[in-house]
Design a binder for this molecule. Structure first.
Ligand code: 5AD
Ligand code: SF4
Length: 463
């Protein structure tokens, strides 16, 4: 059926895909490429040659949404005079939002990617009824665990989703609505996939999830279906057991993970990270705010004090561990004293780096419906600038500690600035740039650090 459909075109059926947003979206794009190529579609990076143009979108902030709208406006010229081809498809989180462009032929959410080939076929046949019924029968348990991601370019490092969806319901966040309830892939499929990746030449895998520390395998299905967690049940695999298993089974693969919600990070996870040299010493631990009042309004389920004691625990067990953050400024009811609490928390932690945003209300979330977006835009921007400037000072402080040290770096590729230099990262996830000499991509080398900026270490390999 699928082959017949594609054979109705004289030339092969080409698709073009662009990815926006988080690492999970980039990883999902690799799954989509895998699904489409198994169904006979051919990937092209030439927009003009494409019969289908796919945008894998992000809805996390208003800005992300705006950049997709602008991109669609730029691409409009490709489809003049009401012609059918190219088809425009919106994938990912934005597909769930209201229809915002008459250019779009179909929208497919993060749980329905297996149906993309069917939907394209039905769109070509104008079968609106069947498309609707497919989209209504979304699989809320989908983990894509049987599908090996197909990257469009050869790389040394890759991502693998181990949990999907999120049950945390932070009041500002749209993810639980766009990606659904939390579920975990089976540990057996994760281990098998990582072994596969290692055999294919990958040297580093980042385990992905909106909240990886909440990973829990008890035979499949949604996490909310497990009533009570029996810690002595050998069959139940939590994140610490998964990390331990993976690190032992594939000892030469570097393992990273992201994102950790402070509420869910256990002591056992910290111990497993410290035990294995192939688990990278970096934790992305979004705090969002340093004020207890705001954390409560955000429904983050931890306090400033709990967060700081978690940081202390991490640093006491793994002193070399780097910590990064996400912070939102100007959330509903944030007053100057709350902002100062965030600044004081940053001063206590002195993060290695971080991602900072000003709050944008997302339709459908609790905050959008029940709280007032009452911090004026100019104040949000001023507070954002203050924390960005402070983070820069802290980043430089952390980077200077590497000066004169020897760092173990996995070479990932050519430096963007200088063709004669490699770039790679150390275990703390800090980018290191250095002259190539005789080293090759994929090798782990020891680099002496001689200089730094706020985001990059500059080094050399001694003979
Ligand atoms: N406004 C601003 N930032 C947001 N984030 C998530 N939702 C919003 C929002 N509505 C940020 C959080 C999260 C990161 C991925 O994006 O800091 O950790
Ligand atoms: Fe969103 Fe909170 Fe889940 Fe992160 S943990 S995806 S911020 S709801």
């Amino acid at each position: 059926m699928k082959k017949n459909f594609l054979n109705t075109f004289k030339t092969p059926f080409f698709y073009y895909i662009e990815s926006y947003g988080c690492q999970m979206n980039i990883s999902d794009t690799e799954i989509i490429i895998s699904i489409l190529s198994k169904n006979g579609f051919l990937l092209t990076n030439n927009l003009k040659k494409a019969h289908i143009i796919l945008l894998n979108t992000c809805a996390i902030r208003k800005k992300a949404e705006q950049s997709i709208k602008n991109r669609l406006d730029n691409l409009r010229y490709l489809k003049s005079n009401n012609q059918k081809i190219p088809l425009f498809g919106i994938l990912g989180c934005l597909s769930k939002s209201e229809k915002y462009s008459n250019l779009i032929d179909f929208s497919i959410g993060p749980n329905s990617y297996r149906r993309i080939p069917d939907i394209i076929r039905l769109v070509m046949m104008n079968d609106e009824k069947k498309i609707k019924s497919i989209l209504l029968s979304e699989n809320q348990n989908e983990t894509y665990e049987s599908i090996s991601p197909s990257p469009s370019i050869k790389k040394i490092t890759t991502f693998l989703s181990i949990t999907r969806g999120c049950d945390n319901m932070c009041t500002f966040c749209i993810v639980p609505f766009t990606r659904g309830r939390e579920r975990s892939s089976s540990p057996y499929s994760i281990i098998k996939e990582c072994e596969n990746l290692y055999e294919k030449g990958y040297k580093e895998v980042t385990l992905l999830g909106q909240n990886v520390d909440s990973y829990l395998w008890f035979g499949g299905g949604l996490k909310k279906q497990i009533k009570k967690i029996d810690n002595n049940n050998e069959k139940i695999i939590d994140f610490s057991k998964l990390l331990d298993l993976l690190a032992s089974k594939i000892p030469f693969m570097r393992i990273r993970f992201s994102t950790s919600n402070p509420h869910d990070m256990s002591d056992k996870v910290i111990e497993v990270i410290s035990k294995h040299s192939n688990i990278c010493k970096h934790i992305h631990l979004p705090v969002q705010s340093g004020s207890n009042k705001i954390l409560k309004l955000m429904n983050r389920k931890y306090t400033r004090e709990k967060y700081l004691s978690l940081i202390q625990k991490i640093k006491s067990i793994i002193p070399e561990c780097s910590i990064s953050h996400d912070i939102i400024t100007g959330f509903c009811n944030e007053e100057e004293e709350d902002h100062l609490e965030t600044i004081s928390l940053m001063n206590k932690v002195k993060y290695d780096y971080g991602y900072m945003f000003s709050y944008s209300p997302r339709p459908g979330t609790y905050a959008y419906k029940k709280l007032k977006d009452n911090v004026p835009e100019n104040i949000k921007k001023r507070r954002l600038k203050e924390i960005i400037d402070l983070q820069r000072i802290h980043s430089i402080f952390r980077m200077k500690k590497y000066l004169g040290t020897i760092q173990e770096v996995l070479i990932e590729g050519k430096s963007k600035k200088n063709n004669q230099d490699w770039y790679g990262r150390n275990t703390q996830n800090i980018v290191v740039v250095f002259p190539k000499k005789l080293s090759k991509i994929g090798e782990t080398v020891f680099v002496k650090i001689i200089n730094c900026t706020s985001a990059t270490l500059i080094g050399r390999i001694d003979d």
